[in-house]
Design a protein around this ligand. Structure first.
Ligand SMILES: Nc1ncnc2c1ncn2[C@@H]1O[C@H](COP(=O)(O)OP(=O)(O)OP(=O)(O)O)[C@@H](O)[C@H]1O
Ligand SMILES: [Mg+2]
Length: 420
């Protein structure tokens, strides 16, 4: 969720016929001051818990907030649940605000003593005006209605005066971004990386194949949260958008997203389709393979942009090792890595139509995970891979996954450059 810009006052299913050009969108337009709960917002609705529903009908703010699946918390309750938003309860920081660890009673959902009851993550919106409110409401709308094992569960919200908060299930391993790019946690093994890719693909696939399609629009490593077993769940639905309906091929919308992840045609024209999410998925798959960020300003020249840098290697079996994450230390099945890289390449196609559907992406990844394919990690293949890569003199001993540290208690000092 975050600091993207979309100045339209309504979130609805109507697709405007004119295209908003990316160049017309300012980088950091000022926000209006935060007015309390404008009641004119309308957002698409989904009529059942599976996401399979009739065409979305806009819902008013009142309807969204009265969702039977969500608890309306008072600010005081959440203050108590997080020990007054104490800095040592901080789980992270994003464009939207700060995320704190809290405790609530699992039956009554009232604040519980730290260490007892159920752990939750409480996201507190920075007071940043109407855009923030709109994204907050969009998130409440979608997550109040869509339920799937690969979407983070929204437990409730708080709307009180200027305060906007969201209460989620706690994801003990934090975000994929923390694990891939931060120093500290054990590097993710190949099989965990594939498990995460599959979980995230299932989440996207579910959204795209719902009877009323949802385009997620903010697929990136920091929005993929991990539970204790590294099951991936998508979070942050503030930018989600209803897919095109009827004969329409796309939704025209103001360009929002994150540098390095957003599809080129969407950035250039504002034309949004589910294939924009597929492109972003390709970027994350590339991050999983390479251990590099989509955009890395610490690198020089062409290496700053992961897609530009890696693309030439993805379709070449003999060169692929050059982009593979050295933290894997060669411990991956080469054939599976090549298949995953080829899949990433298809997702990253400049032509949206050529990109596979998420259901096909998922099917390919699931095949890779099958034991048959995993068994192909022959000793000789590993040796070969090691031969090409810098390696430590001793084969690394991988600790059990449950020893990987949980979500970092420190605030994130890096925020994705959300721009458009
Ligand atoms: N449900 C949760 N359980 C555990 N940790 C969480 C949860 N939600 C968020 N976090 C932590 O808080 C951090 C900040 O999340 P947030 O969604 O606010 O920002 P972000 O995704 O990093 O950036 P952006 O604002 O661009 O989406 C995450 O990276 C994660 O470490
Ligand atoms: Mg996020």
């Amino acid at each position: 969720m975050g600091n993207c810009l979309d100045s339209s006052a309504k979130v609805d299913t109507a697709q405007s016929s004119h295209v908003t050009s990316a160049s017309a969108v300012s980088k950091n337009s000022s926000r209006t001051s935060n007015s309390s709960a404008p009641s004119s917002l309308t957002i698409p609705s989904y009529s059942d818990r599976s996401g399979v529903s009739s065409l979305p009908t806009p819902r008013t703010e009142g309807e969204i907030l009265s969702s039977p699946n969500l608890k309306a918390f008072s600010f005081n309750e959440l203050k108590n649940a997080t020990r007054n938003f104490r800095p040592d309860s901080l789980l992270g920081e994003g464009g939207f605000g700060y995320v704190f660890k809290g405790w609530i009673d699992e039956n009554t959902f009232t604040a519980a003593k730290p260490g007892s009851g159920m752990v939750v993550a409480v996201k507190r919106l920075k007071p940043e005006g109407f855009q923030g409110h709109k994204e907050w409401l969009t998130e409440v709308n979608y997550l109040g209605q869509l339920h799937h094992p690969n979407l983070v569960k929204l437990i409730g919200y708080c709307l009180e005066g200027e305060n906007r908060l969201l209460v989620y299930e706690f994801m003990p391993k934090g975000s994929l971004e923390n694990h891939l790019f931060r120093r500290g946690p054990q590097p993710l093994s190949w099989s965990v990386r594939m498990k995460v890719a599959i979980g995230a693909a299932r989440g996207l696939s579910f959204l795209h194949d719902a009877k009323s399609q949802v385009i997620y629009r903010d697929f990136k490593a920091s929005n993929i949260l991990l539970d204790a077993e590294f099951n991936a769940k998508l979070s942050d639905f503030g930018l989600a958008k209803a897919g095109p309906t009827g004969d329409r091929t796309h939704v025209s919308t103001q360009v929002m997203g994150t540098h390095g992840y957003a599809a080129p045609e969407y950035v250039a024209t504002g034309r949004l389709t589910a294939k924009s999410d597929v492109y972003s998925f390709g970027v994350v798959l590339l991050e999983l393979l390479s251990g590099r960020r989509a955009v890395d300003k610490t690198k020089v020249g062409a290496e700053q942009n992961l897609v530009d840098w890696a693309k030439p290697y993805l379709g070449d079996k003999r060169k692929l090792f050059r982009i593979m994450d050295t933290k894997l230390e060669g411990q991956y099945p080469q054939k599976a890595a090549y298949t995953a890289a080829s899949l990433a390449l298809q997702c990253l196609s400049n032509e949206a139509k050529v990109r596979p559907r998420m259901a096909d992406v998922l099917a390919t990844l699931e095949q890779l995970e099958s034991p048959k394919s995993a068994a192909r990690v022959s000793h000789s293949e590993q040796q070969k891979a090691h031969g090409h890569l810098r390696k430590s003199p001793m084969r690394p001993h991988r600790s059990p996954l449950n020893q990987i540290p949980s979500a970092s208690p420190l605030p994130s000092h890096r925020q994705s450059p959300r721009v458009y």
